[in-house]
Design a protein around this ligand. Structure first.
Ligand SMILES: [Cu+2]
Length: 130
């Protein structure tokens, strides 16, 4: 599912009051059955986006946004908890977490969860920066 993010669309989709002041766009991601939904999003180059990630699963997950190299580092990495770097956050079972990321030039980025087995299982998504 492609999802073009604009402030207006985000407001409609996520129930914000019309005209609510917001300096950032936001995208809501739901995790269910070890999948990101939506698993494909589009963002505008140069924009700052807050991802609101709701984990509906009874197990923890993580949201790691970056290029293939970033994903590779985390797939082999040992960081137990994420939350300090933009675009990287751990989400406890049943919790909601946010992370804010500023996108650069157009291109493709990847969202992944690197808890053991999750990425290979298919817990990943694509961000198209247009
Ligand atoms: Cu996961």
């Amino acid at each position: 599912m492609k999802f073009l993010v604009t402030a207006a669309l985000a407001g409609l989709a996520f129930g914000c009051a019309p005209g609510a002041a917001s300096s950032n766009d936001s995208i809501e991601i739901v995790i269910e059955h070890s999948r990101f939904r939506p698993s494909q999003v589009e963002v505008a180059a140069g924009t700052t986006v807050t991802f609101v990630i709701r984990n509906d699963d009874p197990i923890a997950h993580e949201f790691i946004l970056g290029d293939a190299e970033v994903q590779s580092v985390h797939e082999q990495g040992t960081e137990a908890h994420h939350g300090d770097k933009p675009g990287e956050v751990s989400i406890a079972a049943g919790a909601t977490a946010t992370t804010t990321y500023t996108f650069g030039a157009p291109g493709e980025l990847i969202i992944g969860c690197h808890l053991p087995g999750h990425y290979d299982y298919g817990m990943r998504g694509a961000v198209e920066v247009k």
